[in-house]
Design a protein around this ligand. Structure first.
Ligand SMILES: [Zn+2]
Ligand SMILES: [Zn+2]
Length: 403
């Protein structure tokens, strides 16, 4: 079950040092004092700690113990329609049986800080990797795909005397002897860096929500994807703009290459997806693009929308001059959009059994990718896309931003 809980992070503005607060899903720090915006880069993944809260035990030395936190969507693939669930879980990242197995609810009211040099206390370095944990979540089932994840490492505070280890938040003794901990003195090195949120092409301040991985420049109409500590220009097109359009939703568009699956033209798609349409000559040559939302959404809706847009094979156009319409944040990384391709293909193919047999041994490669913004307008509690004839509940997008 997802309780849609997000940690708050305390940090300082890299420009002026003023205190700032971030939500776990945000990647951009906007400083209320000096008015600068900076992009936060974590390497190799976000890594936090929580300070101990036990005054009575404050004379004891602190040891920080790592937990992996996973939040995202899981698709289970097989010879039927994909099953899915939303996951919000944590797992201890070291093999110490006497310690709590997960972060537990007590941690949820705590604030996180990024791990940096000079934190006092001992540490246990993680011995279970990110991959180990994802395998553990999947329960060894290779047909499971995880997307939209926040996978971060959180160091929880514990305190210890010569004999026992105590929970640094509740003060309760754990089942662990301090002699068996194996504490290291130095904080592990996880790098944190900042770059100004400015257009690499013309120097203007970039626009976009603080939890978006894609930012845009209203001055030179360019789009930039935050990836591996850089702003990378991303080929972006638009579809379905009308005078009523007041919000743009981002979608990843893939040109894919398959080893086995015969799916490269519109005619192939009509056949495979069993679309009630007569195959025309133009369908035989029309190149096929695959779409997934570039934002987090409940899994059922995610699959439905990906299918709808892929089946529609829209004709997107060059970016217009950017107005003040809202941009829904693109918070689903491109590689996770690509990982979602397998469940989306399962959703599209009419014969699930045949598709599964095929996709099971399929190797999918990306030939090229881009971003397409679809124009919607707001009507009551819905966003409506007239040309494709579909709508999304405003609330379902709000929920997605907390995923
Ligand atoms: Zn500042
Ligand atoms: Zn620019």
């Amino acid at each position: 079950m997802v309780n849609a809980y997000n940690f708050k992070i305390d940090l300082q503005c890299p420009q002026c040092g003023a205190p700032a607060e971030l939500d776990e899903t945000e990647t951009i720090i906007q400083c209320g004092f000096c008015r600068t915006s900076n992009i936060i880069h974590t390497h190799p993944f976000p890594c936090f700690f929580i300070t101990p809260k036990q005054e009575k035990l404050s004379h004891l030395p602190v040891v920080y113990i790592p937990y992996w936190r996973f939040k995202g969507l899981e698709f289970a693939l097989g010879p039927k329609r994909p099953a899915f669930r939303a996951i919000d879980q944590s797992y201890i990242a070291v093999d110490r049986p006497g310690l709590p197995r997960s972060l537990g609810f007590r941690s949820q009211t705590q604030r996180l800080q990024f791990i940096q040099k000079g934190i006092k206390g001992g540490f246990l370095p993680p011995s279970l990797s990110r991959r180990d944990i994802l395998n553990q979540i999947a329960g060894g089932n290779k047909g499971k795909v995880h997307i939209g994840e926040i996978l971060s490492l959180i160091f929880m505070p514990f305190l210890h005397d010569d004999h026992r280890v105590y929970d640094g938040l509740t003060g309760k003794a754990t089942g662990m002897n301090s002699a068996d901990l194996g504490i290291e003195k130095k904080a592990p090195s996880y790098r944190l860096s900042f770059t100004p949120s400015q257009c690499p092409s013309c120097g203007w301040d970039l626009a976009g929500e603080t939890d978006s991985l894609v930012l845009h420049c209203k001055n030179c109409t360019s789009f930039w994807l935050i990836h591996e500590k850089k702003l990378n220009r991303v080929n972006t097109e638009f579809f379905g703009l009308t005078p009523k359009t007041d919000i743009f939703m981002p979608f990843w568009r893939f040109d894919l290459e398959f080893d086995h699956l015969n799916l490269s033209t519109m005619a192939d798609l009509i056949r495979v997806a069993n679309i009630p349409r007569v195959v025309q000559e133009e369908h035989q040559t029309r190149k096929l693009y695959f779409y997934t939302p570039a934002f987090k959404l409940n899994p059922k809706l995610f699959l439905r929308i990906a299918k709808q847009i892929t089946v529609a094979q829209i004709d997107a156009k060059e970016a217009p001059r950017l107005t003040d319409a809202l941009f829904h944040p693109a918070d689903l990384p491109i590689d996770e959009g690509f990982q979602a391709m397998l469940p989306v293909l399962m959703e599209i193919c009419a014969n699930k059994k045949e598709a599964w047999d095929m996709l099971n041994r399929e190797k999918i490669r990306i030939r090229s990718f881009g971003l397409v913004y679809l124009g919607f307008y707001t009507q009551g509690s819905e966003y409506i896309q007239d040309e494709l004839g579909f709508s999304v509940l405003v609330n379902s997008l709000k929920f997605g931003r907390k995923l």
